[in-house]
Design a protein around this ligand. Structure first.
Ligand code: TEU
Ligand code: CA
Length: 545
């Protein structure tokens, strides 16, 4: 083993609890359901589970609106279930990472119901208020989910600030009492034995509404350093901040090896490349492939030795990667394996989002009624009002909507994919009869087994963790290739990002064997190269999709 921290040698699996496994037939995934599937996750080989929020919540934004940070929502179970999950996971060497939503609470949190009572209520200053007049907003800031970021409270003649939904009032981090409450709550979870935390939109906590600052406020790193000192540094945790606004310099602070902030952050530069600058995510454009490579190269090189990357293609807010940047019609399996290879070959901690290990795809529901996400619903309404054609709105949803990632996990080919015996809260993707865990477990060539292999390779070869990174063929429009190098050993990853056969000069150079007809299959390259040393070079080499 190398001298890295445990979470640098780990692979994390993200569970979106309401869509993972239902255990009681109410159509919603729950903690007992997760416990039932721990053996599956152990088989995959992951080290930690990041659980999207399971705390008490009115579920306006599927749990990202918390009304009690120290209780579990009855929809998911109770605190005993949670403790059971932590200990059952521990038996399998899996740690549980909780999702901390600290930028805002639910408007049904006791702090907010108190805060709303009067201006001199002790909780009033837990939130962000501005005096004003009904209908005249303090400024023109908008919320991420549409509409103004200000909500009028007539009894107080004040507006409160909400960067997300009206039911997600922003917490006031300027108030030391708020910070102390948060730290005590985190210490309480640490006592329960959780392995770490993912911090929701953490770069938005130091907002300055008067200056129209949302991300990266002036006191951001001061707040985070205090948070880390008062809580995380008292344990041996993995902490990952969600930071849409992170650039390289900030990421270096966030993931400084002295542990003064977090272990790492989720940055999104590479995930926003198929969006035109200045436009909304719904106005997509084709992926500039060369830019993608250079972007990832930059993050690999810049953080090497002085920070740490998270590696991800998917999460509960993003469309499925195999549909987004792969070809999920003709080459679904190949695309899924190729994308996995590129990602898992890099330096950083890989994250696998539930179903990604099966190559689960985006979904196309016929009607807006079948969608549940608040962001999708608000956008649909707003764009209809603005005069967009319904058909175009639906296409945006098919390409980018968050519900693509939230359809129930596809366990088998029985009704509702084995997710629930009841009516699922969100429709199952009809392709579950073909794409499901049961069939993939039985098929050695499945996407599942490929992920399993990649995860094991990373465990067995510290070059994945320690090696430095050099991008090869940087200007090539088809091939994503790079070398990892450590103490004289080298690992080549060469992936064909297209659905055509392409020439790949590297294969000959590196002595990669071709199969009978002289073409190498990209799906095996990343894996084989490290463990074998090939000699016989065929004269011509092509890389298949
Ligand atoms: O997401 C942050 C966030 O900004 C997203 O809403 C993102 O902008 C959007 O999905 C892209 O269109 C986090 C959570 O991951 C998300 O699920 C929550 O809705 C949000 O925070 C509010 O807590
Ligand atoms: Ca349930």
């Amino acid at each position: 083993m190398n001298n890295k921290k445990w979470w640098q040698n780990s692979v994390v699996y993200q569970i979106y609890p309401r869509s993972f496994q239902d255990s009681n037939g109410d159509g919603i995934g729950d903690i007992q359901g997760i416990i039932k599937r721990l053996d599956y996750l152990q088989e995959l080989g992951i080290d930690a589970i990041w659980l999207s929020p399971v705390c008490k919540s009115p579920q306006d934004d599927n749990g990202y609106d918390i009304s009690d940070y120290q209780d579990i929502d009855p929809m998911f179970g109770n605190l005993d279930d949670m403790e059971q999950l932590i200990s059952e996971a521990k038996k399998r060497n899996i740690r549980i990472i909780m999702d901390l939503v600290l930028n805002h609470s639910s408007d049904e949190h006791r702090w907010f119901t108190e805060a709303k009572k009067s201006k001199d209520n002790p909780y009033h200053d837990y939130y962000v208020w501005r005096d004003g007049e009904e209908g005249v907003y303090p400024n023109d800031m908008g919320s991420v989910f549409g509409g103004p970021a200000w909500e009028w409270v007539p009894e107080l003649k004040q507006y409160y600030f909400h960067q997300f939904s009206v039911k997600q009032p922003d917490l006031n981090w300027e108030n030391p009492k708020v910070r102390r409450e948060i730290y005590d709550m985190i210490l309480w979870w640490m006592d329960k034995g959780v392995g770490g935390f993912r911090l929701d939109v953490i770069d938005q906590i130091a907002k300055e509404p008067d200056l129209k600052i949302t991300n990266n406020g002036p006191r951001l790193h001061e707040f985070i350093q205090e948070l880390s000192r008062e809580t995380f540094q008292k344990g041996d945790l993995i902490t990952v901040g969600e930071a849409w606004g992170a650039d390289i310099d900030r990421a270096k602070l966030y993931s400084k090896p002295d542990g003064s902030e977090f272990s790492m952050v989720f940055q999104f530069e590479h995930m926003m490349l198929d969006q035109e600058p200045g436009k909304e995510k719904w106005d997509f454009c084709p992926l500039p492939f060369v830019k993608l490579k250079k972007c990832l190269e930059k993050w690999q090189k810049e953080l090497h030795g002085c920070g740490w990357n998270s590696l991800f293609w998917d999460n509960h807010d993003l469309p499925r990667i195999v549909s987004r940047w792969g070809n999920d019609r003709e080459y679904r399996v190949e695309s899924a394996k190729m994308l996995a290879t590129v990602l898992h070959g890099m330096e950083g901690t890989p994250y696998v989002y539930q179903g990604e290990e099966l190559g689960m795809t985006n979904v196309r529901f016929d009607s807006i009624e079948q969608y549940q996400d608040i962001e999708i619903r608000n956008m649909y309404r707003e764009r209809l009002e603005k005069g967009y054609a319904e058909k175009d709105i639906m296409e945006s949803i098919y390409a980018k909507g968050r519900d693509n990632a939230r359809t129930p996990m596809q366990w088998d080919d029985t009704e509702n994919a084995g997710f629930t015996t009841g009516a699922p809260w969100l429709g199952v993707n009809p392709n579950y009869t073909e794409i499901n865990a049961r069939s993939q477990l039985q098929d050695e060539n499945s996407v599942f087994h490929y992920y399993k292999k990649l995860i094991h390779l990373r465990k067995e070869n510290s070059i994945f963790v320690d090696g430095d990174f050099t991008l090869l063929l940087p200007e090539d429009e088809n091939i994503f290739a790079y070398v990892r190098e450590y103490e004289g050993r080298k690992l080549l990853v060469a992936a064909n990002f297209t659905d055509k056969e392409v020439e790949c000069p590297l294969l000959k150079e590196w002595g990669v064997p071709a199969d009978e007809d002289g073409a190498a299959k990209s799906r095996d390259n990343g894996v084989k190269l490290l463990i074998h040393n090939y000699n016989n070079l065929p004269s011509q080499q092509k890389l298949r999709p």
